[in-house]
Design a protein around this ligand. Structure first.
Ligand code: DGJ
Length: 742
């Protein structure tokens, strides 16, 4: 409370100064109110009369002169819910009768578990604030970091927890941020899945109680993704208020959406408290992940468009070639060998595939699993990162040289965090894996997880990757991670500290990726975990693209890609065209090359088929469509995405549209699952165009209806709409057009 008194001179010097600064970050000492404005969003919180930090507003942008009085804690509700519990705190310690999700829960060395955090001080940091809280009696300090993007209004929040006491403190639970929504009726959107079935969008009402989405697996997980969107009662894909957030953490995480007994809705997200128990020694700090949050007025579509732009501009890494550029360059069209050859890679076989890939117009040739150690199948070799001499007697150089001579660059698959028990590495260092001494080590896919938290393992992984990249002309790594944790022991540390593995593993992963990029600034990296098992804004800071799913069936991909784009930009969404029928779990769906190509062209295109078997006609069609794709790729992967017709819920049709940032170009994709009862494809009323501009239409694949004008205004395409030819019918049909401003 003393601190408040010390603010008095500022108030006296400028008693009428309410939010009068010009930056988008303001602190009103009189009201003790912090305000951040960016894009169409305002976020406001303040120090309440008790000294807690309390959220005051999060939503559409407020008037520049609007002000807030000092926050008052919410009253007690009967005798069962304390004022402390009911007040929407920015970062509530577990103490003083808190029943809602705490932001921070600790156990002190003397057994005290009560923590009540009050405002201590703050500094402005350019685009935001660092606000320091402290327990009312003990030297636990928490610095809350706030940084708002001026364009999108997306707010990055995280916390640094510091033990300035003499004894260790155990952190039982720590979130990055707690977000409060105004009272109302809401629908929660979240993404779930499984291996080869990721990115299912779930929509359900927010009801009393808590909906927990989480991973306890040591990594992000296929099963749930650390993203949420909450629609106001009347909002839909295109209209209405949507609050959304994404957690930047690739280890075990948890997001809790809670509606309390007073109908208040709060969202917390951070480290998963399950088995957490992080011991913070005297003088130590713990940094939480960043929890990004935003608000859109134009529905779920608006929310994802804001996120996409933010990811392109602020999250994704740059290479030497794109350093300083507003957005990263579009992804090269790749060829990947996995579905063609699996582990049966050889110099001659890969060279033959490379010839055909080059003939298609592919930019990058990637050799997948099978090239190293004693790798014949998934039973051996992981950990032994030397070239297999039987398969590549002359090493990798002749293949890489051939790929370069064909006009492509070269990429290679690695799975750095894993080891097969049948490997030289495991035989030399059995203690390097996650394990509890004397307990069985559970294998999955015949492999164990290296304990990346160990400094020696971290050094080993960094040095073999560094050597691989230094000795070979490699432009790209596909970084795979094919299982989740079991027996997460770290017996190098005293028992009380072993749970640090949950933080240290992921921090070391990020550190390796970061150092590797520093040492090899031209190299690009794909993040893969048996498909989309580790996709989040944490790893996307260090990786240029992701592999969303091992399911490459082009029809399944429509819903997979649809779900993916709620949270992540199509720029990172790699999508390969593979063989038909696609052989996933007895799936026998037969689809044409154009259908498969167009399905994949909605993201960053790749080819993963055994093109050795493609007919000349198939090669010609694919080549034509790769040329067409290259011409419009920036619009597709970096433009504003409109999901015109969702493929979800067994929809007969689906369609997407993307519009380049300057509105000068747009691309439309349309898909038919199976024409039912003679239905025509619906008229597509396009979105996001300049109504006054003239746009010429060109077909990429398929025909539009005979009466369609060759060129018309944006108003025409948006109001009258686009019709496909009457013959656009049947099973697994696809069409695409582009519109170019004249
Ligand atoms: C899982 C990946 O998702 C696949 O694309 C492929 O790289 C295999 N691993 C290789 O083992």
């Amino acid at each position: 409370m003393l601190k408040f008194i010390s603010l008095a001179p500022i108030l006296l010097a400028a008693p009428m100064l309410v939010f009068a600064q010009t930056s988008n970050v303001r602190f009103d000492a009189g009201g003790k109110v912090f305000r951040l404005d960016g894009g169409g969003v305002s976020y406001v919180f303040g120090v309440n009369t008790r000294g807690e930090l309390q959220q005051l507003y999060w939503g559409g942008r407020l008037g520049a002169a609007d002000s807030f009085p000092q926050a008052k804690p919410m009253p007690e509700w009967a005798s069962f819910d304390s004022s402390y519990n009911n007040t929407p705190q920015e970062f509530a310690g577990w103490g003083a009768g808190l029943f809602n999700e705490p932001a921070l829960k600790v156990t002190f060395a003397d057994g005290n578990r009560d923590l009540v955090l009050h405002y201590e001080s703050h500094v402005e940091t350019g685009h935001g604030f660092d606000v320091v809280l402290k327990d009312i009696a003990r030297p636990i300090f928490v610095t809350l970091h706030y940084e708002m993007d001026a364009t999108s209004g997306i707010l990055a929040r995280s916390a640094t927890i510091e033990n300035r006491g003499a004894d260790s403190v155990t952190i039982e639970q720590a979130v990055a941020a707690a977000w409060a929504l105004p009272a109302g009726h809401y629908t929660l959107n979240y993404l779930t899945g499984r291996w080869a079935g990721e990115w299912t969008l779930n929509q359900e009402p927010v009801l009393p109680g808590a909906r927990v989405i989480e991973s306890r697996r040591g990594s992000t997980g296929h099963q749930a993704n650390p993203w949420f969107a909450i629609q106001a009662g009347d909002a839909d894909e295109d209209h209405g208020g949507v609050w959304f957030g994404a957690l930047a953490w690739s280890g075990s995480w948890r997001i809790t959406v809670e509606q309390d007994q007073l109908d208040a809705v709060r969202v917390t997200g951070g480290f998963n408290p399950f088995d957490f128990g992080y011991v913070l020694k005297a003088g130590e700090k713990l940094e939480t992940p960043v929890f990004y949050g935003g608000y859109a007025q134009d529905g779920l579509g608006g929310a994802s468009r804001l996120l996409h732009r933010y990811e392109l501009e602020h999250i994704l890494p740059r290479t030497q070639a794109t350093a300083g550029q507003a957005v990263p360059k579009v992804r090269p069209v790749i060829y990947n060998s996995w579905e063609a050859t699996e582990f049966r890679v050889s110099e001659a076989g890969q060279m033959a595939l490379a010839e055909k890939a080059a003939a298609l117009g592919v930019d990058r040739f990637v050799m997948d699993d099978g090239w190293f150690g004693q790798r014949k199948d998934d039973r051996a070799g992981l950990g032994d990162w030397y070239v297999n001499k039987e398969k590549f007697p002359r090493g990798l150089k002749p293949l890489i040289d051939r790929v370069h001579a064909l006009g492509m660059d070269f990429g290679l698959w690695v799975e750095p965090e894993m080891v097969n028990p049948d490997s030289d590495l495991y035989r030399a260092h059995p203690d390097w894996v996650l394990h509890f001494p004397g307990r069985p080590e559970s294998e999955q896919r015949n492999q164990l997880v290296l304990n990346l938290a160990r400094p020696d393992v971290k050094d080993y992984v960094l040095s073999f990757l560094d050597k691989l990249l230094a000795e070979n002309d490699i432009a790209f790594l596909k970084w795979d991670y094919n299982r989740n944790w079991s027996e997460p022991g770290w017996d190098q540390l005293p028992p009380a500290e072993q749970k640090r593995v949950y933080v240290a593993f992921t921090e070391n992963l990020y550190a390796i990726l970061s150092e590797l990029r520093k040492r090899h600034p031209k190299v690009e990296i794909e993040n893969c975990s048996g498909g989309g098992g580790r996709v989040d804004l944490g790893i996307l800071r260090y990786t240029d693209e992701v592999w969303p799913s091992d399911n490459t069936d082009p029809f399944d991909r429509l819903t997979i890609q649809d779900g993916f784009t709620y949270a992540y930009t199509p720029q990172v969404m790699m999508a390969w065209v593979t063989d038909s029928p696609h052989d996933l779990e007895h799936q026998v769906r037969v689809t044409s090359i154009p259908y498969r190509m167009l399905s994949s062209m909605q993201g960053s295109l790749g080819i993963g088929a055994n093109i050795a078997n493609w007919t000349p006609a198939e090669m010609t069609t694919a080549k034509r469509l790769i040329v067409a794709y290259h011409e419009v790729q920036p619009t597709i992967v970096q433009g504003a995405l409109y999901r015109l017709i969702s493929p979800r819920n067994g929809s007969e049709f689906s369609a997407t549209q993307t519009v380049r940032a300057d509105k000068g170009q747009s691309v439309v994709f349309a898909f038919i699952h199976s024409t039912e009862k003679g239905h025509s494809f619906p008229t597509l009323k396009l979105k996001g165009l300049d109504p006054a501009a003239q746009y010429a239409l060109t077909s990429i694949e398929g025909k539009v209806s005979a009466g369609t004008p060759a060129a018309a205004s944006g108003a025409w395409w948006m109001n009258h709409g686009l019709d496909f030819d009457n013959g656009f019918r049947g099973d697994f049909q696809a069409a695409a057009v582009r519109l170019d401003r004249k």
